[in-house]
Design a protein around this ligand. Sequence first.
Ligand SMILES: NC(=O)c1ccc[n+]([C@@H]2O[C@H](COP(=O)([O-])OP(=O)(O)OC[C@H]3O[C@@H](n4cnc5c(N)ncnc54)[C@H](O)[C@@H]3O)[C@@H](O)[C@H]2O)c1
Length: 252
Amino acid sequence: MNRLEDKVAIITGAASGMGLEAAHLFVKEGAKVVATDIATDQLNEVTKEIDGEIVCYELDVTSEDQWKKVMEDTKNKFGKIDILINNAGVSFHNTLLEETLEGWNRSINLNLTSVFLGMQSVIPYMKENGGGSIVNCVSLAAIIGSADNGAAAYAAAKGGVRALSKHASINFAEDKIRVNSIYPGAILTGAAKRHGVTSHEVLGKAFEGTIPLPPYAGTATDIANGYLYLASDESKFVTGEELVIDGGWSSK
Ligand SMILES: NC(=O)c1ccc[n+]([C@@H]2O[C@H](COP(=O)([O-])OP(=O)(O)OC[C@H]3O[C@@H](n4cnc5c(N)ncnc54)[C@H](O)[C@@H]3O)[C@@H](O)[C@H]2O)c1
């Protein structure tokens, strides 16, 4: 309890999966949470039961104007911004030869430009505040390509987030702004469900033989716990780090 006491945290893509789990956990740990998503009806519905300091704002992470508005509204509401969790992202499963220019641009925009806009928007507020913690959600796809040889643009976009996170961690260390990233493996969230995976057991079965650690698939909580560590002062001497949460998949 209270691992995030007095902290103000913005979470993107908080209407589902890892972002929603992070909103639950961060409030429980004492943070004031600004939960954001493009799916505002869903966001308002699923966060209704969260008991604590939480507000919901619309944020399409590809919109520079909406990023600016969320920063201003957060500052006006809570007085400062300590934490940004750049969680929102969507995978599109086209191989390099299948992908269209339109699809490529959509994926880069949603998964990479979004993180650029988020960091560019929040860093001035963190500087003013004397520091902060940014956690970017990457993917194992940035390290191993992708699970099914598809998702070329997604893997490239996430590889860009990996590099941009390192860049920012070095450039803003003097300002006491830490930038770390998380690499989820196979995790049951809305994304997996959209691809027809109905349960944790089904996802685990699909990755048995690929992921060494039972139950061969992770949960949104496994990732939210990583966000929590990197967002909190427990990781105050950690920056530029890449935390892989994948049941040992990438170690094989
Ligand atoms: N689930 C996995 O196995 C897995 C593996 C590696 C990485 N990831 C990454 O984890 C992060 C979270 O995904 P998840 O698995 O929880 O998926 P999810 O589909 O459950 O949640 C994603 C959320 O992002 C929101 N979103 C989509 N487009 C948006 C936009 N333009 N602006 C703002 N919000 C938007 C959606 O409405 C949704 O609420 C993503 O960055 C994803 O790439 C997931």
